[in-house]
Ligand binder design. Structure first.
Ligand SMILES: C[S@@+](CC[C@H](N)C(=O)[O-])C[C@H]1O[C@@H](n2cnc3c(N)ncnc32)[C@H](O)[C@@H]1O
Length: 245
């Protein structure tokens, strides 16, 4: 869990009181009439946004459409790595963030169980999935994305399905400084905490015996928990370490 000092929730016009109250209770953050000095969650009719430091962020899977449509999905490195013949393949995304990689897996046919430990990110992701379910071009795909809030190290073992793939993209500190990250993501990265339990995360994944554990790393980053993968696939800015079991 992240601490959110000063986080407030502002309810927009036409939004039900009970929705704002439920969010306030869940996050332990007060409702306010106006944005606070730090981070503010704006609950409006067009969805939930995080506002602060002159920035505004809302999860938006429509931005992923260009990557998943028009035959481009099969060019995605991640999608190539997880290619499967299973009829109903299952993947766990143990560090969901805003769910973009999970969306690629779901678009490739996987039913994806997503785990996100940060309550604010989980709320933004839940809202993005909810809105995408109303779109004809995304609803079938996000319908295969099942989000659970909490620490995947404990929660992964509670899913009564055997994953073929476990995907790990815990935060890596180097990314925070990258000039390539867009401004909106900088806001989200104020909340995202690096996984302090790399070893436990990898052990929890290994204990479930998936066919593959796929780990996203910075191009020149160290192996997750020091474990040498079976093979590595390199892109321009990141690489995937793949442990085949
Ligand atoms: C780099 S982001 C993931 C980005 C994601 N792959 C995407 O495509 O949007 C890492 C996320 O993992 C979450 N996280 C790290 N360790 C976790 C754990 N053990 N359980 C659940 N979430 C975790 C962090 O809160 C953060 O939101």
């Amino acid at each position: 869990m992240t601490d959110y000092p000063g986080l407030v929730i502002v309810k927009g016009e036409g939004v039900a009181d009970d929705a704002a109250l439920a969010l306030s209770k869940h996050l332990g953050a007060p409702l306010s009439d106006s944005p606070g000095e730090g981070l503010t969650l704006m609950l409006e009719q067009d969805g939930l946004s995080l506002v602060g430091y002159g920035l505004r962020f809302q999860g938006d899977f429509t931005q992923m459409l260009r990557r998943i449509s028009g035959g481009r999905l099969s060019h995605e490195m991640l999608v190539r790595i997880v290619k499967t013949r299973s009829e109903r393949p299952i993947a766990f995304d143990a560090a969901a963030g805003m769910g973009e990689d999970a969306l690629l897996l779901a678009a490739a046919g996987y039913t994806v169980y997503l785990f996100e430990q940060d309550a604010v990110i989980a709320a933004l992701l839940r809202d993005a999935i909810h809105r995408a379910k109303r779109r004809s071009d995304l609803k079938e795909i996000v319908g295969r994305m099942i989000l659970t809030e909490g620490n995947s190290i404990e929660l992964m073992q509670t899913v009564p399905e055997q994953p073929e793939i476990i995907y790990l993209d815990p935060m890596f500190p180097a990314r925070r400084k990258s000039g390539l990250i867009n401004k909106k993501l900088q806001l989200i990265q104020k909340l995202e905490q690096p996984c302090a339990q790399e070893q436990e995360l990898l052990e929890a994944a290994l204990a479930l015996h998936p066919k593959k554990i796929v780990i996203k790393r910075p191009l020149n980053g160290v192996y997750l928990a020091g474990r040498k993968p079976s093979y590595t696939v390199k892109g321009k800015a990141i690489r995937y370490d793949v442990i085949v079991l």
